[in-house]
Design a protein around this ligand. Structure first.
Ligand SMILES: [Zn+2]
Length: 173
């Protein structure tokens, strides 16, 4: 995959070839990744909204690093302890505690990434009118994503309706 370094309104991002609308922030590489289809299908205001959303994610990088490490450490610990208990054939209570902790961590993780989505939407709506978010999401919904991409998007984001509701609540305050 060819990735090209570009700028949009003075902000840097990395562009890759894909006809669909894809914009995401990679915590690992600390890069905003945008598909060629993104600027072709979205109009200027829609692109600005979605871009500002990703920018907020980038500014929040430390929060993501923290929660990702927390979940990763928890999973590794649970795995190691399961291995030890498996070989010792003892301390099964301990395993239950760690499994519970892992489940709790995953729930915290899911809640956390959803809150971060609302946060990014709110940040973007301060820069660009949220009506462009509505039209952008309509276009995104029409895009053909694979089964696994759909699951990933669903896992990492609240529903469009919930996101819109949060923005409307903010505007009415
Ligand atoms: Zn997001």
């Amino acid at each position: 995959m060819k990735i090209e370094f570009k700028t949009f309104k003075g902000k840097k991002y990395y562009e890759f070839n894909d006809d669909r609308i894809i914009c995401s922030y990679s915590v690992l590489f600390n890069r905003i990744l945008i598909s060629t289809g993104f600027f072709r299908i979205l109009n200027n205001d829609e692109a600005r909204f979605m871009f500002a959303h990703e920018e907020r994610h980038q500014q929040d990088r430390n929060f993501y690093l923290f929660i990702f490490s927390y979940v990763a450490i928890n999973l590794i610990l649970t795995f190691l302890i399961s291995l030890i208990i498996f070989f010792l054939k003892e301390y099964f209570e301990l395993l239950i505690i760690f499994l519970l902790l892992t489940i709790i961590s995953l729930i915290i993780f899911i809640i956390f990434i959803r809150l971060m989505e609302y946060r990014a939407d709110m940040y973007a709506s301060k820069k660009v009118d949220y009506k462009h978010f509505i039209t952008a999401m309509r276009k995104i919904k029409n895009a053909k994503y694979s089964y696994f991409e759909k699951i990933f998007i669903k896992f990492m984001h609240p529903s469009f309706e919930n996101r819109l509701e949060k923005l409307l609540n903010l505007k009415n305050k």
